[in-house]
Design a protein around this ligand. Structure first.
Ligand SMILES: O=C(O)C(=O)C[C@]1(C(=O)O)C=C[C@@H](O)C=C1
Length: 297
């Protein structure tokens, strides 16, 4: 069974369908923490959750839920284009309230200001929860994934709604630690570190990556929720933990910050990024070995 951030008809469900094997049952949960908790309890083998959007940035609920509680590691990612449909109850009543997930609302702000300027905007737990609430009569319109209309008998007021063309959301498939995915040569590694509160602490972490020619793809901070000013850093970079320099960098991050949590090494959904040559690192390590054995200089 595969848990996903639901209910039925979310973008996350589409991403989960891409990950699931044909016989695997998909189970919706109304929140990201609930989907991850089911996987931690062993009720589902894995969970699919959104992690970042190209317009609105990180999904804080996912970041927090990945660091609080038993470790989970990402084994795959997917990137989906994000375009919305605006759904209403059949009958053409005036739209006084429009609901959606905060990330979705942030991506259609200009469209709403132009087309539904008088409507009150309300946040719901997900885009599909908004469609469900419209069906129940709680709100007049939902900003939803186009597939939502297959699950909720609503009318489509507008399609292809997006302030920014080509917006995308990245999703992760996570499961309890186990066998790692094989390296493919186009992988991403994710970790979270709590940097010490002292001069240069963050720059030391990043320098460990830069010195080894590792390309940083994302860095986000979230408060630890303990002391004011204490932050966790979510760091994504190119490469797989089985590569010598990536393993080396991870060990260095752990030395600086013993509570470093490994969040996975998994194939990148979209090729690209700076591909630094791992070969030099392997060749250099081999050279050191020959020196150690007294066969090189
Ligand atoms: O509510 C959904 O449909 C989701 O899958 C969540 C989510 C998100 O968290 O970013 C996914 C894609 C869109 O950017 C809007 C909402």
């Amino acid at each position: 069974m595969l848990a996903y951030f639901g209910p039925q008809g979310t973008f996350t469900e589409q991403a989960a369908r891409g990950f699931a094997s044909p016989q695997q049952e998909l189970v919706p949960f109304d929140t990201v923490p609930a989907a991850l908790a089911a996987t931690r309890r062993g009720e589902t083998q894995a969970a699919c959750v959104p992690v970042e959007n190209s317009v609105e940035g990180a999904v804080p609920a996912t970041m927090d839920a990945l660091t609080e509680g038993e470790p989970l590691v990402a084994v795959a990612e997917a990137v989906l284009p994000v375009r919305f449909s605006v759904l209403v109850r059949p009958g053409g009543a005036p739209v006084r309230t429009v609901a959606s997930h905060p990330h979705a609302l942030a991506q259609v702000r200009h469209w709403l200001a132009e087309h539904l300027p008088a409507a009150d905007v309300v946040a719901t737990t997900s885009t599909a929860a908004a469609a469900r609430a419209v069906l129940n009569g709680e709100f007049d319109a939902a900003v939803s994934a186009p597939v939502a209309v297959r699950h909720y008998p609503l009318e489509v007021l507008a399609t292809d709604v997006a302030d920014v063309r080509d917006a995308k959301t990245r999703f992760l498939l996570v499961r309890p630690p186990g066998e790692l995915p094989e390296p493919t040569g186009h992988d991403r590694t994710s970790v979270v570190c709590t940097a010490a509160d002292r001069i240069g602490a963050l720059s030391e972490l990043l320098t460990e990556l830069a010195l080894r020619g590792i390309n940083l793809t994302r860095i986000e901070s979230r408060p630890t929720k303990g002391r004011l000013g204490e932050y966790r850093f979510y760091i994504d970079f190119d490469g797989h933990v089985t590569e010598p320099r990536v393993g080396d960098a991870l060990a260095a991050l752990h030395r600086h910050c013993p509570q470093t949590r490994f969040l996975g090494s998994y194939p990148k959904a979209e090729p690209g990024g700076a591909v630094a040559g791992n070969e030099q690192f392997v060749a250099a390590a081999e050279w050191v070995e020959t020196v150690r054995r007294g066969h090189g200089a």
